[in-house]
Design a protein around this ligand. Structure first.
Ligand SMILES: Cc1cc2nc3c(=O)[nH]c(=O)nc-3n(C[C@H](O)[C@H](O)[C@H](O)COP(=O)(O)OP(=O)(O)OC[C@H]3O[C@@H](n4cnc5c(N)ncnc54)[C@H](O)[C@@H]3O)c2cc1C
Length: 446
């Protein structure tokens, strides 16, 4: 390879970081394009990670900083790939850099603008359980720590007035006249690592999500138990009483492994993350009791089965094979009664709890079809990106375009990291065999 060969990585989650850091360590120039205002991906939302129960952001933050600060990695946040032409060894990529209305090189990350901003909207990072301002950092450890103005929410873009943030910014970093830019880069290979979305089961009326305040998704629960989350780490119900739930029910496979929703596949991480969340709940308060309703236990990684056994033995988690058919809310107490058939004993039973956590299906990103079209790659029947054969799980159907992490198929963090490294190796191999392209330093701004 020549020194100026470079690789594009789409998606700044854990899989993208691993690919970027491996390539950068080998001297390859990397362009990372992240759609949201900060890198980090889903792992930045998690409280702890199975099977070690290590603090998620504590593992992730050093990787975010290393990626952003690496001399061989050029990170573009709030950006999207809009066109790709060329072929392996010599791709031309058009990147849309969306205006964040704040100059990255001027913003000091002090946050004073946000304190003055009068407009509140629901925070995507907090899964709608807290608000953010129209000018915001997506989360406290965001990288880069640069404010972004949400144009759809900002009062100035609606009325021409306000500008309180501008008055407050000592660094003169805010400019509402900033415009989108299109940047062209030339790369030898492309890695797509765009991850997953969380299915919100409003249509599954039997569980009352959206109707019963104390029925939440697992990702919402991750935020509820997180010290930096909307309840500052206090385990709280969402109903008006804000009481501490002492009896928790976790339901697996909600909208997954379910032909009614055309999603017969397994999301691969839920048996483990529900066990983790039940363990963490008990660690918060030793008088918390948990019931996990499962289809069958899919704990297939190294040390995973032992983790489930530890949950049962040391944390008193009750595992019940069976799926509740219905949840009814007590309108007075806001407690929840689950009706289920225990598949081991074949008995129909009821269980009353104070909070229900739904392990909902994890699904391809909503824009996966658009990304597939831009990249000229195929998807499978569920919209995960498709590998040409099972032996080459990091290859896509287009030569020179590789994939890592959850965008390929359901997988946990260790597997996403392994795939990140695998794609870095595949990209280097591709460029070594097709050495003509990749002028990484050449950036053209339209
Ligand atoms: C509730 C819950 C708990 C979990 N707990 C654990 C756990 O304890 N341990 C464990 O191993 N796993 C856990 N997981 C799974 C873990 O979150 C995933 O394995 C991991 O996040 C996958 O990483 P990724 O990089 O593939 O995707 P993501 O983390 O989704 O990152 C993808 C990145 O790509 C960006 N992106 C998306 N589309 C575009 C685009 N078009 N252009 C540019 N950028 C784009 C996104 O903004 C994001 O930053 C959990 C999952 C859930 C839902």
């Amino acid at each position: 390879m020549t020194k100026d060969e470079s690789v594009l990585i789409i998606g700044g989650g854990i899989a993208g970081f691993q690919a970027a850091l491996d390539l950068a360590a080998a001297g390859v120039q990397v362009h990372m394009v992240e759609k949201s205002p900060s890198i980090g991906g889903r792992m930045a939302q998690l409280d702890k990670t199975f099977p070690t129960n290590d603090c998620s952001i504590c593992i992730l933050a050093p990787k975010m900083i290393e990626t952003y600060g690496h001399k061989n990695i050029n990170v573009r946040t709030y950006a999207e790939v809009q066109k790709v032409s060329g072929s392996i060894g010599d791709f031309q990529v058009e990147i849309l850099q969306k205006a964040r209305f704040v100059y990255e090189d001027k913003c000091t990350g002090c946050g004073a603008c946000m304190e003055k901003c009068p407009k509140k909207v629901s925070s995507e990072y907090e899964m709608g359980l807290a608000d953010r301002r129209a000018i915001y950092f997506p989360f406290a450890q965001a990288v880069p720590r640069v404010a972004t103005i949400d144009k759809d929410a900002c009062i100035h873009f609606k009325t021409g007035k306000c500008l309180l943030c501008v008055k407050e910014c000592q660094a003169g970093a805010i400019d509402h006249k900033m415009e989108d830019e299109v940047i062209t880069v030339n790369v030898g290979a492309i890695i797509v690592a765009t991850g997953f979305d969380v299915y919100l089961p409003y249509e599954m009326e039997e569980y009352g999500y959206g109707r019963y305040e104390n029925v939440v998704t697992a990702m919402e629960f991750e935020r509820i138990i997180n010290a930096a989350g909307p309840t500052h780490g206090h385990m709280q119900r969402l109903s008006e009483d804000k009481g501490r739930p002492k009896r928790l029910a976790f339901i697996q496979c909600v909208g997954a492994r379910d032909v009614r929703h055309d999603r017969p596949y397994c999301s691969a991480v839920c048996c483990m993350h529900s066990t983790k969340e039940a363990m963490l709940a008990r660690e918060h308060h030793s008088d918390t009791d948990s019931w996990i309703f499962y289809t069958d236990m899919r704990a297939f990684g190294k040390g995973f089965w032992e983790y489930i056994e530890r949950g049962e033995r040391d944390y008193g988690i009750n595992y019940i094979r069976g799926k509740p058919g219905e949840i009814i809310e007590d309108p007075e107490t806001k407690d929840l009664i689950l009706y289920y058939t225990d598949r081991e004993t074949r008995e129909v039973r009821a269980l009353e709890v104070e909070m229900v956590i739904l392990a909902t299906a994890l699904i391809p990103r909503a824009d996966a079809p658009e990304v597939a079209q831009i990249l000229g790659i195929e998807m499978d029947e569920y919209n995960f990106f498709k590998a040409p054969n099972v032996m080459m799980s990091t290859d896509t159907t287009r030569e020179g375009v590789y994939m890592a992490g959850y965008c390929q198929k359901p997988m946990d963090i260790p597997d996403a990291v392994a795939q990140g490294s695998a794609t870095a190796a595949r990209a280097m191999e591709a460029m070594a065999q097709n050495p003509k392209g990749g002028t990484s330093q050449k950036e053209v701004t339209a």
